[in-house]
Design a protein. Structure first.
Length: 270
């Protein structure tokens, strides 16, 4: 049986008349009667019986009606959900965020949820190279990364450029430098190759890194947006001359942009 037959049967039950059901469905009564008989033959049971000038729904028919109502409701809800996902009214938006790129994320998330309260946001944090891999594996939809990155098949849109600061405890300005990135990745490359920062020690956990600085065990270098999100009380911050870092938004070129991604981009661009 198909959903069309379930609709026919529900109309007969609700109208308690094949004639009125046929009028409601805008179809000929013989055609509706034939559809009900086909259902009975398929199920091997009687669904309706004549009772005087009207009809009586059998026990089997009552149970089928209960199931049919549920199926039709589920089908209608599914249609709405699928349409909502297509139009970006609901669904899941998976955002990758570099460990140093979350400065403006809170405001964007708040606005996205305000405009589209029914969507689900999933935020995944990691190094830029790892986020690119997750993007290509379709594990996330869009990512905020730190340049430079090496990636093919992705669209890269520059977001903002910001200065780097050296952070240290006032009593330990000469502690070992720890870079907030893994060797070979974008921030490490920017600091070590372009600005001459020499260090093989790294820590991609920013909170742990600040804890090391606060205890006098490390000096580190962080972009301005990251500092705004941290408790810097009691620490010294000195801007590095000519040292900047660029945040970019990336997504898979071949897939284009989903409705949710487009709505996210429109908020980011405001």
């Amino acid at each position: 049986m198909d959903l069309r037959q379930y609709r026919y049967f529900c109309a007969v039950v609700e109208e308690q008349s094949v004639t009125r059901a046929a009028e409601r469905l805008r179809m000929a009564q013989p055609a509706l009667t034939q559809q009900i008989r086909k259902m009975e033959e398929l199920l091997g049971v009687r669904l309706i019986e004549r009772a005087g000038r009207g009809i009586r729904i059998t026990a089997s028919g009552e149970r089928l009606y209960e199931r049919a109502v549920s199926l039709l409701r589920y089908e209608a809800e599914t249609r709405i959900e699928v349409s909502d996902i297509k139009e970006g009214r609901t669904g899941i938006l998976r955002i990758g965020v570099n460990t140093l790129s979350a400065g403006r994320l809170t405001g964007w998330v708040q606005e996205m949820k305000r405009r589209h309260p029914r969507i689900t946001l999933q935020i995944h944090q990691g190094e830029s190279a790892a986020l690119i891999d997750r993007l290509k594996d379709h594990a996330i939809d869009v990512a905020l990364v730190r340049l430079p990155i090496e990636a093919q098949g992705v669209t890269i849109e520059w977001m903002e450029e910001e200065p780097f600061y050296q952070i240290h405890h006032p009593d330990f300005p000469d502690a070992d430098v720890i870079i907030p990135s893994q060797e070979g990745l974008g921030v490490f490359q920017t600091l070590s190759q372009q600005f001459g920062v020499v260090s093989q020690e790294t820590c991609s956990d920013v909170l742990a890194l600040i804890g090391l600085v606060r205890s006098g065990q490390a000096v580190t270098l962080l972009p301005e947006s990251t500092l705004r999100e941290l408790d810097m009380a009691g620490l010294v911050r000195e801007r590095l001359p000519d040292a900047t870092s660029t945040t970019a938004l990336v997504w898979l070129t071949e897939d284009g942009q989903s409705a949710l991604t487009q709505q996210w981009l429109s908020i980011v661009h405001e």
